[in-house]
Ligand binder design. Structure first.
Ligand code: EPU
Length: 454
């Protein structure tokens, strides 16, 4: 059975472009949040299934629009998929040389990462260039150069990357690859490609993100020989083939971090599980500096104990540095923290678009290049705002929880890409928020009592 968008999008009613989220700030939250499987691990592990001709079962796969898109791309390549709740069964025995469809790849950049396993398994692959996205140009030359170092002929024609392994046995060759930048995607593409290559591959200056480690563990569970994932040098010894597996995706550290900020910004005590506290070290340390404590209650459970929020400086960096995927959410918190904070976005060139929306809510922020200077104000005020990308959407939800009055967030398609059941999870904690269709008459001064939340 293949997946359909409305089956997977359990959290999003009403759905898509026609929905807005309205929320009323000022309530404190309380309770426990169940953290979903990690989007960015699930997406790449799904692509990794292309490496193996046998049945693979993935557990803890979040129900997200991006996961649905990846499922559609895999289906187009010939993979059989079946989903029951958060369990995804896949079989890539009969994948063809068919090209991943441009309309889908352009909507989901992560699908480009399929080029690595396709090339390794079939000796050739055609994947459209994904193009830019809301947060930057996002080129893929590090992926391409690495595959070339492993012996692939790569040319770009008509916006499509054609990659081929010359020679009779069509196998990539192990190589020493030094990445100019520790790109998460390039590390993942090359690690997958190397699992079936002849000989040893060294990826130097590799990305160390937990999602890279999860992919390595998944590949190892299929029989791949990989060492050093999570460090700067990953060594992969190619094997002739990989076998089926049953694998559980790690918890989503960015979703967890978003709820940690929800606790801090609403001065609420919350618990979160399952989490891997080590994956959250940078966010935990920054939250402590700002004024909230994070207590490890159990090996997979965190408690947020809020305090008085003060300014702090943030620079986004590759892991284990402060994650770019948490920058917008922490900016929301710093808009209402006492003092002046400097936030430098160094990973993506266009990831400050939420600033204009936070300003609409009364935030005091100045931007110079990729640096935002945030001066804390005592209170934000609710306003109609536009979600510009995934993490920006989360930041606006957080700001809305701390604002006076009603905030209406438009363009929920970004939020649905990466947060499973966010509205329901927030409502369960006591947040006053609801999704309504855009054509519902929304009075500028509507109160929760006038809404469906009564
Ligand atoms: N870059 C290049 N050339 C390349 C590859 C990357 O210049 O060949 C640049 C990018 O343009 C960017 C920087 O390097 O400026 C970092 O890109 P990276 O390749 O590390 O990121 P990615 O693999 O495209 C993943 C996540 C992102 C997350 C980043 C950084 C997935 C599907 N996406 O992207 O997640 O921000 O790593 O941690 O894994 C999100 O979830 O909201 C999200 C954007």
């Amino acid at each position: 059975m293949t997946l359909s968008l409305d089956r997977i999008q359990t959290s999003a009613t009403p759905q898509g472009d026609n929905a807005v989220l309205r929320l009323w700030g000022g309530s404190s939250l309380k309770g426990h949040v169940k953290i979903s499987g990690a989007k960015n691990a699930a997406l790449v592990v799904m692509a990794g299934v292309l490496l193996c001709p046998q049945d693979c079962r993935l557990r803890n796969v979040p129900a997200l629009v991006d996961v649905e898109r990846m499922a559609q791309i895999l289906t187009a390549l010939g993979v059989k998929l079946d989903r029951q709740g958060n369990i995804l069964d896949l079989n890539a025995e009969h994948i063809g040389h068919s090209q991943a469809p441009y309309e889908l790849v352009s909507q989901l950049r992560a699908s480009f990462f399929a080029i690595g396993p396709l090339l390794a398994r079939l000796g050739s692959a055609r994947v459209p260039l994904p193009g830019g996205c809301a947060i930057g140009a996002r080129p893929v030359e590090l992926h391409v150069r690495g595959l070339q170092a492993m012996g692939a002929d790569v040319r770009i024609e008509g916006g499509v990357v054609h990659a081929e392994v010359p020679g009779r046995n069509s196998r990539l060759k192990g190589a020493k690859i030094h990445l100019d930048y520790p790109s998460v995607g390039a590390t993942e593409t090359l690690m997958m490609a190397a699992t079936l290559a002849d000989g040893e591959t060294y990826i130097e200056n590799a990305a160390q993100e937990p999602e890279v480690v999860d992919l390595a563990n998944f590949c190892r569970s299929m029989g791949a020989r990989i060492q050093g994932a999570g460090t700067k040098t990953i060594v992969i010894s190619g094997v002739p083939s990989l076998h089926g597996t049953d694998y559980s995706i790690i918890p989503d550290r960015i979703e967890a971090g978003t709820f940690m900020v929800a606790g801090a910004i609403t001065h609420s005590e919350l618990t979160l599980s399952p989490v891997v506290p080590d994956h959250l070290s940078a966010a935990i340390a920054k939250l402590r500096e700002i004024g909230s404590q994070t207590i490890v209650e159990a090996p997979d459970c965190l408690r947020i104990v809020p305090g008085q929020n003060r300014a702090a400086d943030i620079e986004t960096l590759p892991y284990p540095g402060f994650p770019t995927d948490m920058q917008a959410q922490f900016m929301a918190l710093l808009t209402v923290s006492e003092g002046s904070s400097t936030i430098s976005e160094t990973v993506f060139e266009n990831r400050l678009r939420h600033v204009a929306e936070l300003q609409r809510m009364g935030a005091d922020i100045r931007v110079k290049g990729n640096i935002a200077i945030v001066r804390g104000v005592p209170k934000l005020s609710g306003a109609p705002v536009l979600a510009t990308d995934l993490r920006a959407s989360a930041a606006l939800v957080l700001a809305g929880l701390a604002a006076d009055g009603m905030t209406t967030i438009k363009d929920l398609k970004h939020l649905d890409r990466g947060y499973e059941n966010l509205t329901a999870k927030m409502q369960q904690l006591g947040a006053k928020m609801e999704r309504v269709t855009q054509d519902v008459e929304v009075s500028e001064n509507a109160t929760p009592e006038e809404s469906t939340l009564k």
